[in-house]
Design a binder for this molecule. Structure first.
Ligand SMILES: [Zn+2]
Length: 338
C-alpha cells in the first residue's frame, strides 16, 4: 500500500509533487527544494532553522529560537494561527497547539488525503497559551509523550496552587525556592504564575531571561529580574524571591530549595527535590479525547508511548493506529522526483 506519511529524520509527507518535512531532527540534505515546517521553539524541533530549505514557522517561534540560539534565520516564511499556505497542489493551514507561546499544528489538504501533524500539544489552557484546537482529517500524526494510562495529571489549577503553597512555605523558612526547568515554555508559565497570583519577585537565569524577553516582545508582559544583573544578584542575596534556572546543583545558591516541574512527576519520585506535575504536554486522557474528537481514519504516533497509545486507541476508540512508519533512506533522497 502506498504510504503517504512516514519518519525520516522528521515527519515526511508525500503530498504528490511537494517536498514537505515537519520538525526535521537533522538539517543535513535539506536543500532549497524542501519546505520545512517548524511547530515550536523547543530545541528538539528547531533543527530545520539551520537548513537552507524554505522554512515556515510562527513569528513567536522564530523570535524565541533566535533569542536562545543567538542566530539569525534566513528564508523563513512567517505564519500565524488561522493562516492558509499553498505549496504546489497542497494547502497547509495553521492550528494552535497549546504547548508554548507560538506553538502550532499543521493541517494539510493534499489532492488525495488530509492530515494533521500536531507537533507537541497540550489540551488545557495555561497562563501563557490556549488549549490545542482540533480539526477533522484522514490521518492524524500525534505525539505520545504521556500516552500511557498511568499519566493523568491533576487539574492545572490544583498544580498551580500546590506550587505557590510550597514556595511560600520555603520562603517562610528562609530558603530560596528554585525551579530547574528548560529555557522556554514552562519557565514563562511559572514566572507568570507568580506575577499574577503573588507579589513575590522572580529572578531568572540569563538564558531564561532571554526567552522571557522574546515572550514579552510577543505581548506576554512578564516581570522578572535577570540573575546576571546587579538587581538580580541583590534580590537573590536578600531572599524572599523565587529563582527559575536551567543550571545544575554546582551553581545553586547555598540556601536553594530545589523543585522540578514535569509531567514525569506523576510517577517518578525525585530525591532532594520537590516535584510538581506541571507539563506543557497533553496527558493520556487529553490525547485520547483529542483523537476521539478528530476521529480520523488512521493515527500515526511519532514519539513517546507509541505502541501502548496505539493499542489503547484501537481498543477503546476503534480507530486504526500505529507508530509512524520509517521511510527508507532512498525514499527521502528520491522523494518528489518520481
Ligand atoms: Zn516541545
Amino acid at each position: 500500500m502506498h504510504e503517504p506519511i512516514g519518519w525520516n529524520s522528521g515527519v515526511v509527507v508525500d503530498a504528490g509533487s511537494s517536498r514537505l518535512i515537519f520538525d526535521p531532527t537533522s538539517g543535513r540534505r535539506l536543500g532549497e527544494d524542501w519546505n520545512v515546517f517548524i511547530t515550536h521553539a523547543h530545541s528538539d524541533h528547531t533543527h530545520g532553522f539551520t537548513t537552507s530549505a524554505r522554512k515556515h514557522s510562527t513569528s513567536e517561534t522564530l523570535r524565541i529560537y533566535e533569542s536562545l540560539s543567538k542566530r539569525t534565520v534566513k528564508n523563513n516564511h512567517t505564519v500565524k494561527v488561522g493562516d492558509r499556505t499553498r505549496i504546489d497542489d497542497t494547502e497547509i493551514r495553521v492550528l494552535n497547539a497549546g504547548h508554548m507561546l507560538g506553538s502550532c499544528q499543521f493541517q494539510l489538504f493534499a489532492p488525495n488525503f488530509s492530515a494533521v501533524y500536531t507537533g507537541d500539544i497540550n489540551c488545557v489552557d495555561t497562563l501563557t497559551t490556549l488549549a490545542a484546537e482540533h480539526e477533522p482529517c484522514d490521518y492524524l500524526i500525534i505525539e505520545g509523550t504521556y500516552g500511557h494510562p498511568s499519566y493523568v495529571f491533576p487539574r492545572r489549577s490544583t498544580i498551580y496552587a500546590d506550587i505557590i503553597r510550597w514556595t511560600m512555605t520555603e520562603i517562610g523558612e528562609g530558603k530560596l525556592p528554585t525551579f530547574q526547568v528548560y529555557s522556554s515554555g514552562k519557565p514563562q508559565d511559572i514566572v507568570r504564575l507568580f506575577n499574577v497570583y503573588t507579589k513575590v519577585p522572580v529572578v531568572c537565569a540569563p538564558g531564561i531571561a532571554r526567552a522571557n524577553g522574546a515572550h514579552n516582545e510577543n505581548g506576554l508582559n512578564l516581570e522578572y529580574l535577570d540573575s546576571s544583573t546587579a538587581d538580580g544578584k541583590r534580590a537573590l542575596r536578600a531572599g524572599g524571591c523565587v529563582y527559575v534556572t536551567t543550571t545544575g546543583r554546582d551553581h545553586m545558591p547555598r540556601n536553594a530549595s530545589r523543585a522540578v516541574a514535569t509531567g514525569w512527576a506523576v510517577r517518578q519520585a525525585y530525591r532532594s527535590f520537590a516535584s510538581f506535575p506541571l507539563s506543557s504536554h497533553a496527558d493520556y486522557d487529553q490525547l485520547m479525547q483529542f483523537v476521539a474528537e478528530v476521529n480520523p481514519k488512521g493515527v500515526y504516533i511519532f514519539t513517546g508511548y507509541t505502541d501502548i497509545l496505539s493499542a489503547q486507541i484501537e481498543r477503546k476508540l476503534g480507530i486504526k493506529a500505529g507508530p509512524l512508519p520509517l521511510l527508507a533512506q532512498t525514499k527521502l533522497l528520491d522523494f518528489g522526483r518520481c
